[in-house]
Design a protein around this ligand. Structure first.
Ligand code: TYD
Ligand code: MG
Length: 452
């Protein structure tokens, strides 16, 4: 086999260069050239050959809309974030900090799947003995899981072609290298090329391929998110590392909803599903405390009760601090401006801290109203009732806008003992909800009056 040639592509402008240099001669960017393998073009003599055998054209109406076949892993929370199970021929990227539980989750899923299908677990990080120890700790029999400790992607694919697994786990993508490139394993070009070969394998063999990716300190997968667009599904572990809970979020999914959350608890025998996650994100206080309020968020397809906490305190600083954990920082600044302009409360000499309990990240605007209410509660040192919940988007003119799936959220609230909810007018159901007093508000002024 002749070695494919390599070229250098500028990450800034995309220009191709035959040789590496410190500066791109096209756009002038420094240190932007990355090595890539030159794809060999198939040799075509005389242009069009008349043989379009690989792919064919069909009419859209004739395409059978039959769902691609799925298989359940038996781990309900994992199936949920995947959009209802694994899809054959798809590639799933699982990212997260080192030590958060990626290998544990995939070994547990492999064991469950291996009872029905051939599973190949490729590890570039751990020896078979280490994986064996982990399996014993997890109480997994390990029948049917085939192990391979290898880091050369070409050799992995040779083994895989002989073994014909339906499920293949590659732990981790950063340890792999391809013979076609000279750069070090873990570099952008290596990661991208190795992943491309594995994606091709998944499509050709109709195999589910899981790629484990370590996240770097700045929160992105090594290589400027180069893998995300190549794979079908991207899952990230998020949340606080210290506690027992682990949250897996779908960032991208060709076969399901994004922002779907799977919630697990890490214990002595691996990850256990948390089937009722609302229960863990509420820090049940005995007494009402100021600055705390329950909000109803909806991540993916599931409503979730979480507690929002705020602390407002006089600031010694010329530029008081605004700190948002689990929320968007800019959004917090915006909400404080709206509170001043339309609620008449200025917090210019106050530090404002807002935190979402349990390390969950809220990615939707329904948190606006609860955040403002929690901030005000802390500022005035006036606790809100424990059985009160709120949700709603706050507009720049102080209007409270409805958010999607209001009834769903209200039902979840009642289930967890909420008796009163402050919600946007547009989200208040006409028939009401049994056991719940619904306060429908149109403006921030009305909301603050109702919550006072
Ligand atoms: P691991 O799956 O190796 O993380 P990753 O592959 O994402 O790097 O998880 C390792 C951590 O989980 C380690 O700190 C030990 C802990 N752990 C448990 O608490 N219980 C268990 O049963 C196992 C297997 C690991
Ligand atoms: Mg690992």
């Amino acid at each position: 086999v002749s070695k494919p040639r390599t070229a250098y592509v500028c990450n800034a402008c995309g220009a191709r260069h035959p040789k590496w240099s410190g500066q791109c001669s096209d756009c002038g960017a420094w240190n932007s050239l990355a090595e890539v393998a030159e794809l060999r073009k198939p040799v075509v003599r005389g242009g069009y050959t008349g043989a379009a055998d690989a792919a064919r054209i069909e009419t859209l109406a004739d395409v059978s809309p039959e769902e691609r076949s799925r298989i359940q892993s038996g781990i309900g929370e994992l199936d949920r974030v995947l959009g209802g199970g694994l899809v054959f021929g798809s590639v799933v990227l699982i990212g997260g900090d080192p030590g958060i539980g990626k290998s544990t989750l995939l070994l547990q899923a492999s064991a469950a799947l291996a009872t029905a299908l051939p599973v190949l677990y490729v590890s570039g990080e751990e020896s078979p003995q280490q994986i064996g120890l982990r399996a014993r700790r997890l109480g997994l029999a390990g029948d049917g899981i085939r192990l391979l400790a290898e880091t050369c992607v070409e050799r992995i694919l040779e083994h895989a072609a002989a073994e014909r697994p339906r499920i293949m786990v590659v732990d981790s993508i950063q340890t792999l290298f391809t013979e076609t490139l000279q750069s070090a394993p873990g570099s952008v070009s290596q990661v991208r090329d190795a992943a491309a070969q594995l994606v091709r394998f998944a499509k050709q063999q109709d195999t589910v391929v899981f790629l484990v990716g370590h996240v770097t300190k700045d929160g992105s997968l090594a290589g400027p998110r180069v893998l995300e667009h190549m794979v079908d599904t991207v899952l990230y572990f998020e949340g606080e590392h210290g506690g027992p809970f682990r949250i897996v979020r779908s960032i991208k999914n060709r076969f399901g909803a994004v922002n779907e959350l799977g919630v697990f608890a890490m214990g002595d025998h691996g990850l256990r599903e948390v089937k009722n996650p609302s229960a863990i994100f509420l820090s049940r206080h005995d007494q009402p405390v100021s600055g705390s309020l329950v909000m109803v968020t909806r991540e993916g397809t599931r409503p979730l009760l979480v507690e929002v906490q705020a602390l407002v305190d006089e600031s010694p600083l010329a530029n008081p601090r605004r700190v948002a954990l689990g929320l968007d920082q800019n959004r917090l600044s915006m909400l404080l401006a709206v509170l001043h302009r339309h609620g008449g409360v200025g917090l210019f000499n106050q530090d404002v801290y807002v935190n979402v309990v349990g390390g969950v990240r809220i990615a939707e605007t329904a948190a606006d109203l609860p955040v403002i209410m929690a901030v005000l509660s802390s500022y005035r040192d006036r606790p809100l009732p424990l059985d009160l919940a709120a949700f709603g988007e706050v507009g720049l003119s102080g209007e409270i806008r409805p958010v999607p799936n209001g009834p769903d959220r209200l039902r979840e609230a009642v289930k967890h003992g909420i008796r009163r909810a402050i919600v946007p007018k547009g989200n208040a159901p006409k028939e009401g909800v049994e056991g719940l007093e619904i306060v429908a508000v149109r403006t921030l002024g009305e909301a603050l009056e109702a919550g006072a």
